[in-house]
Ligand binder design. Structure first.
Ligand SMILES: *Cc1c(COP(=O)(O)O)cnc(C)c1O
Length: 402
């Protein structure tokens, strides 16, 4: 097993902060009590869970009673969508976007087979929504609007509060998948239009297997998982105490580092991006560069395959992604880039680099050093180097032969 890689795939998952591990460990060894127990042994664990809940609430500007722990971001998205529909059984319409995470898209697709109608809002070439299209889609029958805060593939940030004002007017519940936003953008639920918000521990230097759903006080909610009375009856199951403690610490550290870490990441990201654009011909940045997460860049390298770039980067110990882990191993390009209407020439050769607060200057220098030769090597093998029409034809043939 190797772990000395240059890790630039932080939108897929992150390293657990050593301080987080340290506070979590005693709850795997000595303090294994059940927080719901009557005895002091369990009670002290319950007290630690309350502290962790306050730490997590703080990064959202929320009240601790508005936090419900989940097993991951995916569960948060599923729970929010189902809850909003169960709470308003008379309404049968959902609004979402074409560029959501599969944790939202695949739920919506299934709901379409269960009598719901779903509007999938389009995005422009920069990956941005048309707020007029959103407004036109909202009706009295709309139960839920579920839209991500920031896109995991391109880093594009949606104008959530502008969207929220329109959603409020329609009377629908507003859920936001903020898995990529928490710890990267300052959030304050007190002044927000968001009703429910999903986050995930492993995207913010916490462990895998823990997430949370923020549910605004007063918003009608129906639990997705039924059983005991944990989480004020909103999510049954004995609490994942070590992971909850860890998520509290991770949130505290993210909030503490937010300003300085994101400024640093933005600087490193911009240097990486600008240098690659200057040294490699025929490449473009995908997404909205003015409204973007500070840690993410998605670059399209024309005429070559993203998977081939990743394999060569991997030989240098550099971890990046071709946008979506869910489509890896197939020729199918990312649904996000496709929705943006990117030309075929860049659709297949797009790479996402996502940084974190552990990313060093030397690591970025190394990527800047090796990328030009990787692209040159692959382009030398490409029969359609400077021929957009030829490339397109080749792609169509490849798809037809699958
Ligand atoms: C990673 C991710 C999820 C899923 O979170 P898990 O904790 O891995 O289930 C959902 N939405 C977005 C935008 C993500 O990036």
């Amino acid at each position: 097993m190797q772990n000395n890689c240059i890790y630039l795939d932080n939108n897929a998952t992150t390293k657990v902060d050593p301080e987080v591990i340290e506070v979590m460990l005693p709850y795997l060894t000595d303090y294994y009590g059940n927080p719901s127990s009557m005895h002091t042994f369990g009670g002290q664990v319950g007290k630690a869970v309350r502290t962790a809940r306050e730490q997590l609430a703080a990064i959202l500007g929320a009240d601790e009673s508005e936090i419900v722990y989940t097993s991951c971001g995916t569960e948060g998205d599923n729970a929010a969508i189902r809850a909003a529909l169960l709470a308003q059984p008379e309404k049968r319409h959902i609004v979402t976007t074409q560029v959501e995470h599969p944790a939202v898209l695949n739920v919506c697709k299934q709901l379409e087979t269960q009598g719901y109608s779903v509007t999938y809002l389009s995005v422009n070439h920069q990956g941005q929504l048309d707020l007029d299209e959103l407004e036109a889609s909202l009706t009295g029958n709309t139960a839920l609007v579920t839209i991500m805060y920031a896109n995991n593939e391109t880093g594009t940030i949606f104008p959530i509060e502008q969207i929220g004002l329109r959603v409020k007017e329609s009377g629908a519940i507003f859920h936001v998948d903020a898995v990529q936003a928490v710890g990267k953008i300052p959030l304050n639920m007190k002044t927000s239009t968001v009703d429910m918000l999903t986050l995930s521990g492993h995207k913010l230097h916490g462990p895998k297997g823990i997430g949370a759903l923020y549910i605004r006080r007063g918003v009608r909610f129906r639990p997705f998982i039924l059983g005991g009375h944990q989480e004020r009856g909103r999510r049954a199951g004995t609490e994942n105490v070590p992971a909850i403690i860890a998520l509290g610490k991770a949130a505290e550290l993210e909030l503490l580092h937010l300003e300085e870490a994101t400024a640093r990441e933005r600087k490193l990201r911009d240097r990486l991006e600008q240098t690659l654009l200057a040294t490699i011909p025929n490449c473009v940045v995908n997404g909205d560069v003015t409204q973007r997460l500070p840690n993410t860049t998605n670059i399209g390298f024309k005429y070559i395959e993203g998977e081939a770039i990743l394999l060569l980067l991997n030989k240098y110990g550099i971890c990046a992604s071709s946008g979506s882990a869910c489509t890896s191993g197939s020729l199918e390009p990312s649904h996000v880039l496709r929705a943006m209407g990117l030309p075929y020439t860049t659709l297949h050769g797009s790479i996402r680099f996502s940084l974190c607060r552990y990313t060093t200057e030397a690591e970025i220098d190394r990527v800047i050093e090796v990328m030009p030769s990787i692209v040159e090597r692959l382009r030398a093998l490409s029969p359609f180097k400077n021929d957009d029409a030829g490339w397109l034809q080749g792609q169509e043939q490849a798809l037809a032969h699958r």
